[in-house]
Structure formats: C-alpha cells, structure tokens
Design a protein around this ligand. Structure first.
Ligand code: ATP
Length: 778
C-alpha cells in the first residue's frame, strides 16, 4: 500500500506540474486579453467617426459602431472563457481529481485507469486524458456501479465492460492525504469527513461524493418534468445544482447558464447556493424568487404582499376575528377548483361582463366604457378572444385618431401655443424644420406655420393615449377580478364543488384590500393568471430549463402559471411535503397534481430517502416528528442526542441560551442558529439575547447568509443549515397546533451536528410521538 500511495502521489505531482504549466500560459493569455478589452473600451469612440449629417454618414456611423461593439463583445467573451478556465485550473491545482475507476471495456484487451475530477485535462498532445470531467459519459460508472459488470451510455450507444476497481482520493493543496478502495458505496469514509466538517458561508459542490440515487437526478435527461421528492437534508438542492452543471456540460453548444432559471425561496438562499456552480467552473444560472416575479409584473398597479408577511400573519394572528376566513381564503385561492373557476370565468367573459375604462382626454371621456363594451360584444364571436381584443384595439386607434383630427381646431391648442416656453418653442421649430428637410444653418430659414405647430402639440398630447391602448390599459383588470367577489353568489356559476364556509367574508376582504391598492399574496397569482388569460400570456421561449426548489411551498396554481410562462422549458421540481410551511398547503398535498402538468408520459418522479445533513441521532429524533418516518434513512454519522431542556421562566431561558451559545462556540461550532417560530418571536428573542457577542438577527429581506450566531424565524431558515441549532421555545403555548408540525420539523432539521430544544413550561405536544430514548430531557 505504501508504494501504491507513493506511486499515486507521484502521479498527482506529475499532473500538478502540467496544470501549473497551463496556468502560467493561460495566465499570460488572460492578461493579454484583458488588456485588449480595456484598450477597446478606452478607444471605443476614437475608432468610430460619429457623423449624422447625411443619411450615408449616419449609416456609416451605425456600421462603425456595430463593428466596434462586435469586436468588444468577442474580446470580452474570449477573456471570460479564459478566466473561467484559469480559475478551474487553479482549483484543480489544489485537487486535480477525486476518484478513479479501473475499467475493462468489452473487446479491448487492456484495462484503462480513468481519473475523475471537476474538469477534463489532457496531456500536451491532447490525446491522452489525465483527468476526465465528472460529467463525461464514462464517469457515470464511478457513481452508478460497484465492481463487476458495468456499462455507460454515450451518444454513439451503450458501452459495456467490467469495472475492476474503484478508488477515492482526498487531495489537498497537491498532497495526497488519503485514498480508499471504495468497492461498495462511494466514499462513506470521505463522506464522513465531508459531512463532519463545519458549515461556512456558502454551500459546496458534492461531485466527489455524489450518491447513486442522486446521480439519477443529475443525469436524468428525458421527459419534460422531473419531480424529486426527498427528506430534509437528502441533497435535493445539491443534486439540482450539480444537475444544472451537468446540463451545461452536456448541452454546452446549445444551452447557456442564462437560459436556466432557479426559483428559490428567498434572497438569503440565493446567496447561500451561489457558489456551487462557480466552484465547478460554470457560470451561475439566473436566480429569482416567485415574489420577485410577481412584483415585476404587478407592482405598477398594487403593493403586493410578501409571502412571508402572509405566513407571519398565519403564525401570529390566530386570535384576531378575521383569522379563520383569511386562512380559508388562502387555501381556497390556491386550489384547483378556484383555478378552474378562473378559467371558466374568463370563457364567460366572451359573451358578457367584460369591463373597460373610459378613454379620457383632457379629463373628459372621448370613448366611453359602454361604447368600448358595445363594440367588443358586437364583434364576431367565432374569433378567438385575443383576436377580438386586437380588433377592438384597431377600432380604438381609429376612433382616437378621428378625435385627434377634430381637436386641431379647438381653442385649447391656440392657448397652449401661446403658453409655450421659449425652449419648447425652439425645440418644436427645430423638429419641424428637420421634418421639412431643412439642414444645418438652413434650419433658421424655416418659417413655422401655426397649424403645423398646433398639429405637433395635439400629436404629443395624444401619444400617451395611443400607448395606453397599445398596452391594453383600457381593460379594467382590477374591476374584472373584483367582479368575481362583488357578491358571494357570483362565482357559483363558474365553480364546481363547495365554497369555503367563510366565503362572504373572504369576498369582502378581497374587495377592500384591492380598493386600498394592495394585493394579498393569495390573490397575486390568480390575478396574474386572469390577466394573462385575457390579454395573452407573456411567454418566455428563451428559457430552456427551470428548477423549482422548495416546491412544496408552491400552489398547483403557481405551477400551472410557470408552465404557461415558459412553454418550451423543461422543469425540475424539488420538494419535501413534510416541510410545507405555507397555509395554502393542505394536509393532503402531494405531487400527483404536478403529474397533470405535462402528463404521466412526460413526468418522472424520483425519491431520495437517505438524509445526509444531520448526525444519525438528530435524524432519528426529527424523523419521528413526521409520518412515514421509516422512509427516512440516516447516513451513519455519530453525534450527541438532541437535548430538551424545560425551564420555568423566560429569564432562565435567556441565560441558558447565552451560556449554551458560548459552550457551543468553545467546541468550535461556527454557525449557531437560534430558530424561532415567527418573525415576531425572533424580534423578542433577539432583543432579549442582544448581550451575546456578535449576535445577528436575520429578518425577512435579509440578503446574505450570516455566519456566527443568528436569531432567525423558522421560515427563513428553510433550505439552509447550521452546525448547531437551538429551538428557542419548543413549548406547548408556542407550537400549539398540529398545523405547526411541518414548521417545527423544518426548524429541527436545520441542525448538522447539534440540536438543543428549550421550552418554557410544558413541551409541545408535537413531541408526543417521539420516543424517550431518542433525546435527552432535563
Ligand atoms: N452526496 C453528498 N455528498 C456530500 N454531501 C452531501 C451529499 N448529499 C447531500 N450532502 C450534504 O447534505 C446537506 C443537505 O443537502 P441539501 O441542502 O442539498 O439537502 P435538501 O434535500 O435540499 O435539504 P432540505 O430539504 O432540508 O433543505 C448539505 O450540506 C449537502 O452538502
């Protein structure tokens, strides 16, 4: 073994030397390319002669500009590619590869040793592969097979052979630390080392230790929709990010990172996962939250409620009179019957009840809503809805043009001419002179006719009106949405099944919030859907793949919306229903409904059952909090049992937390989260614990994942993890309802190495099903 080890170190040295040589060469190229980019930018305008005197000059200027811009774009892209390659090589210098397979291909007499790393490296001839990219077809054997018969898929067909041996390497800064013969499971030893480490500011890639079931997700490449359901900490997010890296490699000629969108729960999470792709030498995909998208589309007309504001209400306002109806409204408005009701309602609008707005000019209607409605409903009903709207728009444009002509002789035009400032007068003169063909000094010779000036003024006043018509602003969208709620009975004609018991009150709240210029979060997607069904979907066909993380928090409604918005994209959806924290997630929620999006033939579901984040004792404790716990299999990593400490007062609670934090810091834990149920509880906890050195409060809207000691509401801790977690108050008066089970589970499963629960008074009944042996009580 000793000599094998030395032999392997020698190979590492050889490969490292080659990498160093490449870095040197590429470093010089990159510097030269950067200087080139700087030079083009600096002299950009010197290279282009700007002359717009004649049409030919203008054309020449445009062509010159375009050529220079193209040269800049080419240089920038060459520089970007080289820098990317350089940073990958720099990473490979520290650890050139992490695995090896010895493979005998059928019909080939010699066995080949395949070394696997984050990127391909060949020798100087370019013929021999010193390192294979982990995404290369042959590398899949490393993740998928035990020694014995093995095969892998290439574009040219399936290659069969025999996997003789499989090795794992741990190389740090060019030094081989250890190597393991991993004949059975990939890298349990290395996985132990990786998972046993402390967290840091960002999530890391897992390519050295991808597990077989995760590899299925990463390399899955058929159908439109891949649904991944997996326990907390089973590597859903990790698998999704490596999957993106895989797709970018496999489709490198036809897909770029900006054609992939990751929908994530919040900005904090975005920041947390932002390092994984760059670590793998890939550019980051686009990252958005659904809320950002809603705001982008709706913020002109409304102040849209944030999903966490909604959740905060659900978690804290249970004693208010409107609570029941609001929660019922949230559930109902996310349901399939409501979705279908909106579709039927929109179909109903084909024959009656479309609402329009008067088109006003100088404060007076020039076309009334009634006139618009009459024209709309007099059009050919066999035409598609959008075509009817287009016809209506044409009519409106004509109508407005007629009115514009009539306005030319109205006294207000003369009045405006008289009130024109000198500057405005000169501008108008110059504009009209140019239009008439006067050039250069001759502009001064142009004598402006008052009628010409009048026409210009009228034209400008009508410009916004034309824009409004262009943008469908004459459709009373708010009114149409409100119409659904104007009387509690109105919706009955469009809906199948029962309405919520509190429907009347839901209607009143919906109307009053819209009248205040606000849109509740539960109304945002239905409103947008209705809007698109009426005005046509604003589809985006450039996006090729969308990944939805924490999918359990989306309603079927939102999925349907995403599908229509990105009609050509494939989808990867990741979730865990045990972590569904939003009120719209009903108790019976499942991914069945998603299968309907693209049909079963286009959908594949993969379950991840092994959980990696937490130690075995923590997983054995947390899994008892949810149904079907036997389906969650802990990775064998030892640690302390979770502890539940009962206290008599909040004073005692705060002093216990303070000393616990310092104890945990002394053991070396980097990230310690004090997780509270809601933002309100977090605020109180933070104020009471502000004496802890460096403690930070993570609030709704926080942009960066913080290290050190943080106080954080449960819902913002989603998707992220901490070395140690302290549940601030796991007492019955805080977690007092079955509906809080998922939030409680989500909070506890954020712990990697240590979990401490405190409670002031009696512990929550949610712990009733948890066996006494799985935690320490004191
Ligand atoms: N194959 C693996 N090798 C190394 N680490 C892994 C592996 N799979 C998962 N992990 C680690 O386990 C932790 C949890 O992974 P991840 O956040 O992707 O899980 P998740 O299923 O998205 O969790 P949750 O649903 O609870 O947010 C991370 O620290 C990740 O690096």
């Amino acid at each position: 073994m000793e000599s094998t080890f030395q032999h392997e170190q020698q190979r590492v040295d050889r490969v490292t030397e080659i990498i160093e040589g490449r870095i040197l060469k590429l470093g010089e190229d990159t510097t030269r390319q950067r200087n080139e980019v700087v030079k083009i930018r600096k002299y950009f305008w010197d290279e282009v002669k700007v002359n717009v005197d004649t049409f030919d000059d203008y054309l020449e200027t445009i062509i010159g500009l375009r050529q220079e811009a193209q040269a800049l774009a080419v240089s920038q892209s060459t520089h970007r590619l080289s820098s990317k390659k350089l940073s990958t090589l720099q990473r490979m210098k520290k650890s050139p590869y992490f695995g090896r397979i010895d493979f005998s291909e059928e019909g080939v007499p010699t066995e080949e040793q395949i070394y696997i790393g984050i990127s391909t490296l060949t020798d100087d001839s370019g013929e021999d592969f010193l390192v294979y990219d982990w995404r290369a077809p042959i590398s899949s054997i490393y993740y998928d097979h035990h020694p014995g018969m093995a095969s892998y898929v290439t574009p040219g067909g399936v290659i069969h052979g025999r996997l003789e041996k499989k090795w794992q390497y741990l190389i740090r800064d060019g030094v081989l630390q250890s190597m393991f013969d991993t004949s059975l499971t990939i890298g349990d030893e290395i996985l132990q080392i990786v998972l046993g480490k402390g967290t840091d500011k960002h999530m890391h890639n897992i390519v050295a230790t991808i597990q077989q079931e995760q590899n299925r997700i990463i390399r899955h490449d058929s159908g439109r929709l891949l649904i991944v359901h997996g326990a907390a900490g089973s590597g859903k997010t990790s698998a999704a990010l490596q999957r993106i890296a895989y797709l970018l490699y496999k489709y490198r000629d036809s897909m770029s990172a900006d054609q992939i969108i990751l929908f994530s729960p919040n900005s904090l999470f975005n920041n947390y996962v932002s390092n994984v792709l760059p670590e793998l030498g890939e550019e980051n995909m686009q990252q958005v939250t659904f809320q950002e998208y809603l705001n982008h589309r709706l913020s002109d007309g409304f102040k849209v409620e944030n999903p966490y504001e909604q959740l905060e209400y659900v978690l804290t306002a249970e004693n208010t009179s409107s609570y029941r109806s609001r929660v019922e409204g949230i559930r109902f408005k996310a349901s399939t019957p409501f979705f279908e009701a909106i579709e039927s309602y929109r179909r109903g609008l084909e024959t009656s009840k479309m609402l329009f707005k008067d088109i006003l000019f100088r404060g007076k209607p020039i076309v009334t809503k009634q006139e618009i409605e009459d024209i709309f409903y007099s059009s050919d009903t066999s035409l598609r809805f959008h075509n009817r709207l287009e016809k209506l728009k044409d009519w409106l444009m004509k109508r407005v043009n007629e009115v514009r002509k009539n306005e030319l002789t109205k006294p207000w035009v003369e009045e405006e001419i008289e009130l024109l400032s000198d500057e405005a007068y000169h501008k108008a003169h110059k504009h009209l002179a140019k239009k008439k063909g006067f050039k250069g000094a001759a502009v001064a010779d142009y004598e402006m006719e008052p009628t010409e000036l009048g026409r210009l003024i009228v034209q400008q006043r009508f410009k916004p009106l034309r824009k409004q018509i262009e943008e469908n602003a004459f459709i009373d969208m708010k009114g149409i949405y409100k119409q659904l709620f104007t009387s509690p009975q109105y919706i009955e004609q469009w809906i199948e099944g029962d309405l919520p018991a509190e429907w009347q009150s839901i209607c009143l709240t919906t109307l009053s919030t819209i009248d205040e210029g606000k849109l509740l979060y539960e109304d945002a997607t239905p409103y947008l859907l209705l809007n698109e069904l009426i005005q046509g979907f604003q589809t985006n066909r450039t996006i090729k793949h969308i990944v939805v993380d924490e999918a359990q928090d989306y309603s079927p409604f939102q999925f349907e919306y995403l599908r229509r918005l990105f009609p050509t994209a494939k989808m990867t959806v990741l979730g865990d229903f045990n972590q569904a924290i939003f009120a719209h997630a009903s108790a019976r929620v499942d991914f069945q409904v998603l299968t309907g999006l693209f049909g079963p033939e286009n959908t594949e579901v993969v379950n991840l059952s092994r959980s990696y984040r937490s130690t075995k004792p923590i997983i054995e404790f947390t899994r008892q909090l949810v149904p079907n716990s036997e389906q969650i299999i802990p990775f064998e990593r030892d640690g302390e049992h979770p502890v539940l400490t009962k206290l008599a007062s909040s004073g005692e609670l705060h002093s216990c937390i303070t000393s616990k934090v310092s104890e945990l810091q002394n053991v070396g834990y980097n990230t310690i989260a004090i997780i509270c149920k809601s933002g309100e509880e977090s605020e109180r906890a933070y104020n009471a614990l502000s004496g802890i050195d460096g403690i930070k409060h993570v609030r709704n809207g926080s942009m960066e994942y913080e290290q050190g000691v943080v106080v954080i509401p449960s819902y913002l801790a989603k998707g992220i993890e901490f070395d140690a977690v302290i549940i601030y108050d796991a007492s019955e008066h805080v977690y007092n309802d079955e509906s809080l089970r998922r939030i409680f589970y989500t909070a506890c499963t954020r712990a990697m190495h240590y979990l401490q629960l405190y409670c002031v008074g009696e512990p929550t009944n949610l712990l009733e099903g948890v066996s006494n042996e799985s935690y320490v009580q004191n």
